[in-house]
Design a protein around this ligand. Structure first.
Ligand code: ADP
Length: 444
């Protein structure tokens, strides 16, 4: 069985968030199960191309388009539209050029949403036996644009196919409708979408798939996220060196970031895209009182300017001894935060799967998170983390207080941490679920 993954990012070649992690690690787990896999991503001008996923024989192909070589166009909707419409065409062209006929085209998120649609709207004999699966990693990002944005030489074909019926285009909606099967990245989030709790207007469309929608939890790649072997952290550690390892990584990070240095102070980490989803509004009131509470918080995030401005406004010399603000994308610092933190904050309003709770557990940092989506599926409240239902600042504060009991009571922290390190979020089980899904879809 040949499965080709198509997405806009694939770690470590290009990564902006969790999707990059998934597309960089799921194919490896699939290939271990005997599936033949390949990956297609855009041929961005600013990345270092690799022929294979590093350390594997899994080929990576690059969809060519002049739209990917232009710099500074990430946030212009006119360019986004034409870029990823052309990505659909260019990805299929690349496979044809290489004479690759996949059994399954596994498309990820809105960027690849037009691929299932294109194969239905304009059937191509070359792909006659190819089935499509669309995985929704974040239903809020839909690729909704005026159709007129696609009136360009490269995407004229798509424009004409749709112009008779539509004035606007939704990449994700077209993809959901046209795909042979759709999925999302945790069972609980699948229920949230179905019930319309989280749907951003697309729950009805998803419900229309009847029996062709499933939630499969993501895994993490322990070759990347493993405190025993991690080369990016100050001191590697395992089960027997947990307490000393955490402590040394903490004081190192405190020094490096200019925080008050003391292994006694409980340290909270926060690593996320700065977007409304991630609950920075919920976090803000807690931050205001941090010096008084004698806890420390390290924030690492890149994203919307409005959040960086809000957070920067809190800064005073005293605040900076207790809270460290880092507005950038920094893989190394992210690893160091996981390794140093006692707790990890995830106050997300919704979280399709979430990887940071699994990563923090792997590094012995206790997640304090909202009871939504994949967080619900991966954290056992009171045992491997702390979950709160009502997404408000007072609830977050209550839960932080509860979590701090673990820190204060002698012996409890070490026990908790040992249990965290025993959790297994590897891809093995989920990859097997995907293989079952591929078999089912191939025979539809
Ligand atoms: P999402 O996919 O919504 O961004 P996830 O929790 O699924 O969130 O995945 C986030 C991934 O991106 C994790 O690997 C996390 O460590 C990483 N990440 C997020 N923001 C940053 C940042 N500013 N610097 C480095 N890594 C980051």
């Amino acid at each position: 069985m040949l499965v080709v993954h198509i997405a806009f990012e694939c770690a470590p070649i290009y990564k902006t968030g969790g999707l990059g992690d998934v597309v960089g690690s799921l194919p490896i787990a699939l290939s271990k199960l005997g599936v033949e896999v390949a990956v297609v991503i855009p041929g961005y001008g600013f990345i270092k191309r690799k022929k294979y996923l590093p350390g594997t024989q899994i080929p990576v192909f690059y969809a060519e388009s002049q739209w990917f070589t232009k710099p500074n166009t990430r946030h212009d909707p006119k360019i986004q539209a034409v870029k990823y419409a052309h990505f659909a065409i260019a990805s299929l062209d690349e496979l044809k050029r290489r004479d690759i006929r996949p059994d399954i085209l596994h498309c990820h998120d809105w960027h690849a949403g037009l691929i299932p649609w294109l194969l239905k709207a304009q059937p191509d004999a070359f792909f006659a036996r190819t089935k499509t699966i669309l995985t929704i990693h974040n239903i809020a990002y839909q690729g909704n644009f005026p159709l007129a944005f696609l009136k360009r030489a490269e995407t004229q074909n798509i424009y004409e196919l749709l112009a008779k019926q539509h004035k606007r285009i939704s990449f994700l909606k077209e993809g959901i409708r046209a795909a042979d099967f759709i999925s999302t990245v945790s069972p609980h989030h699948a229920t949230e979408i179905r019930r319309g709790k989280v749907g951003f207007g697309l729950s009805q469309v998803v419900r229309g798939k009847r029996g062709k929608f499933v939630g499969i939890i993501n895994g993490i790649d322990y070759r990347v996220w493993n405190p025993r072997t991690d080369r990016l952290i100050r001191r590697r550690f395992g089960r027997t060196t947990l307490t000393a390892g955490k402590s040394e990584n903490k004081t190192f990070l405190q020094k490096q970031l200019g925080l008050t240095v003391s292994p006694e102070i409980p340290l909270f980490g926060f690593v996320a895209r700065l977007s409304s989803q991630k609950g920075i509004d919920v976090l803000l009131p807690l931050l205001q009182n941090v010096p008084k509470r004698r806890i420390q918080i390290v924030i690492l995030g890149a994203g919307e300017a409005k959040y960086t401005q809000l957070l920067k406004r809190l800064q005073t010399p005293e605040f900076n001894k207790w809270v460290s603000l880092n507005f950038k994308f920094d893989e190394k610092l992210a690893h160091q935060i996981y390794a140093a933190s006692d707790f990890f904050l995830i106050p997300s309003h919704y979280e399709p799967c979430g990887l940071t709770q699994m990563i923090s557990m792997a590094y012995g940092a206790i997640p304090v998170a909202t009871d939504v989506g994949g967080l619900h599926d991966t954290i056992i409240s009171g045992k491997t983390g702390f979950l709160f239902r009502k997404i408000t600042s007072p609830e977050l504060l209550n839960t932080v207080r509860q979590a701090l009991h673990v820190y204060i009571e002698t012996g409890k922290l070490a026990k908790f941490r040992r249990l965290l390190l025993r959790q297994n979020f590897s891809w093995d089980k989920s990859a097997r679920e995907y293989v079952r899904l591929y078999r089912k879809v191939a025979h539809l």
